[in-house]
Design a protein around this ligand. Structure first.
Ligand code: MRU
Length: 367
């Protein structure tokens, strides 16, 4: 996507051919800064501190993290240490484990002097594949937006939660890709952007992305969506997902489930967009998804820019109050109208997923 006319991805190999550059998402929307990742520890820290975030980008960063580790030392022990370190950064996104398993499978059989080049090559491929995957998601999702626009001479209002835009991926995004394409095609789209407490990925990142691309949008507090749906002000919801089970349960940013409940109660279609590496074919029941719990501080405080342009962190709660910070929740498949994947749109069920991924038929268990 373009920032001020210049095309960007969210991660790229530096000119030195060894270190990796990412956009520091903790600095947005007030400041656009990049970070250089030189060691595997930098990649691990970028993921755990959410300099990079979003399931597909976490996977891509981990892949480059393995390459950075091997550039230091391509031994078996260092490869395993790097994979263990990177796997421990965040527990929920399926793409992290997917990328590490992919790299591990390719690199373990190789001689140590072959590993570095293969690791960098594969990390770059994962990035390129992610772009192609998300473009395909965008094209499939566009048909749903077109259907919603059909016969309507007014704006198509879409609600999204968290950030499943290009910042969460290598480019295009998942949930936002169809909206960028619809906007580019001349369909009048307006996006209701859930602020997405506590880290405000909606208010900070989705709003920033949409503004850069010129897509009309309005930021709303997380509790507003149900009211807007009751008032007929939402035509459809599209969110991303960090892990989708073989039967179509979707785990996504905390609060997604409540939006799906409200959508179901108001007959608003609730779509979930996902790249195939987000599907965890080993899990049936979404309740078995590991749910990340993050630091209390993210709930107890908020950081923003004051009127003088100074970044300030302020307390929100009385001294001594404790906070719980569950980062994700699970929306059962029955509340999902359809899944938008890179292979097409399907019912959120094992049967639906297997129509698009028949080669996985042997893996999904049969409940
Ligand atoms: O905690 P985050 O910001 O990494 O969570 C991101 C989300 O929940 C996204 O919706 C999800 O990764 C899908 S992004 C394509």
């Amino acid at each position: 996507m373009k920032i001020d006319g210049r095309p960007y991805r969210s991660i790229w190999l530096d000119k030195d051919g060894r270190s990796v550059v990412v956009i520091d998402q903790t600095r947005l929307p007030h400041s656009f800064e990049t970070r250089r990742l030189v060691m595997v520890e930098d990649a691990a820290h970028a993921i755990s501190s959410m300099v990079v975030r979003g399931a597909p980008l976490i996977g891509a960063t981990a892949a480059y993290g393995v390459a950075l580790a091997l550039a230091e030392d391509p031994s078996d022990a260092n490869l395993e240490n790097a994979i263990t370190l990177l796997a421990s950064t965040r527990p929920t996104a399926a793409n992290l484990r997917w990328a590490l398993e992919d790299l591990g499978r390719r690199l373990r059989p190789l001689a140590t002097d072959e590993r570095v080049a293969v690791a960098y090559r594969r990390a770059a491929e994962i990035c390129d594949e992610d772009v192609a995957i998300n473009r395909a998601i965008g094209e499939h999702g566009l048909t749903l937006v077109e259907e919603a626009a059909d016969g309507k001479d007014s704006t198509v209002n879409v609600l999204t939660h968290c950030n499943a835009g290009w910042l969460a991926t290598v480019d295009w995004g998942t949930a936002l890709a169809p909206l960028y394409m619809a906007h580019d095609k001349g369909i009048t789209v307006h996006v209701w952007v859930d602020e997405t407490r506590p880290r405000n990925q909606g208010a900070a990142l989705t709003a920033w992305e949409l503004a850069r691309h010129g897509v009309p949008h309005t930021v709303i507090v997380d509790n507003a969506g149900g009211h807007l749906m009751q008032q007929g002000m939402v035509d459809l919801c599209i969110t991303g997902t960090d892990r989708t089970t073989a039967r179509g349960d979707v785990c996504n940013k905390i609060g997604t489930y409540l939006k799906a409940l409200a959508a179901g109660d108001n007959d608003v279609p609730f779509y979930v967009a996902l790249p195939h590496p987000t599907i965890d074919w080993t899990l049936e029941d979404g309740a078995d998804t590991p749910i990340e719990q993050r630091a209390e501080d993210e709930v107890l405080t908020i950081t923003g820019r004051d009127e003088a342009g100074q970044e300030t962190k302020v307390a929100l709660t009385p001294a001594g109050s404790r906070a719980a910070n569950y980062a994700f929740d699970v929306t059962p498949a029955r509340l999902v109208t359809a899944l938008i994947t890179d292979r097409g749109v399907c019912e959120a069920s094992r049967k639906g997923l297997l129509t698009l991924f028949p080669e996985r038929g042997g893996e999904a268990s049969s409940s």
